[in-house]
Design a protein around this ligand. Sequence first.
Ligand SMILES: C[S@@+](CC[C@H](N)C(=O)[O-])C[C@H]1O[C@@H](n2cnc3c(N)ncnc32)[C@H](O)[C@@H]1O
Length: 215
Amino acid sequence: MATRTDDLVEPPDSGRYFSDGVEQFHHPRPVCDGFEPTRQRRRLLAGLSGRVLEIGAGDGVKLACYPSSVDEIVLVEPDQFLRAAARGVAKYLSTPVRIVEGSLRHLPVEDASCEAVVCSLVLCCAAQVGETLEEVRRVLAPGGELRFYEHQRSGNPAVMLAESLVTPLWSRAAGGCQPTRDTVAAIRKAGFAIESLDRFAFRHFSHVLGVARPS
Ligand SMILES: C[S@@+](CC[C@H](N)C(=O)[O-])C[C@H]1O[C@@H](n2cnc3c(N)ncnc32)[C@H](O)[C@@H]1O
């Protein structure tokens, strides 16, 4: 279902924004890079087609980067402020966009209904990453793919130590984000085969960008 103008939610007024403060702490905003999608987020979406589900989608900063070969974009985001921001972007797209409330443990879409699931800086926040990846498997259509751009524990012992030291504070300030998580191992453990994988440092943290499919 496309986002219609009458679906749009007004941004919260200052009173509501203030009362949302705790939620903001758990779901950091804004989540974009200087109000532009990063190069990594653009690469993440290249070549997608069909129905695509993005989980923990944030403020919709990536929406404009979805290729025209995508038939429908479904964004799942628990934070109402971020959903409202995403609706503000979605109204400019010709591709139908559905923006729904939901959590990483129970994705509000049917079994085997998506050609791709996009995870961008969100598996690092999942309290139970195995359960989230099980949900991803459930909703992927046969032959479907997981696209991920995520934090990844560094393989360099000195960097790993630095990541471990900052994690307690970082995690509290950044919605539970765990830069020390071995995301690639979690994806494999959940029964995915990794098809492509780039590792790189971004803002001093180790990251991975890749494609995986249920094996
Ligand atoms: C660092 S932001 C990344 C946002 C976006 N994917 C991006 O690339 O800009 C993490 C996102 O995960 C969402 N998130 C955190 N915990 C979640 C949960 N339990 N269920 C669903 N989304 C969650 C947050 O609301 C936030 O939008």
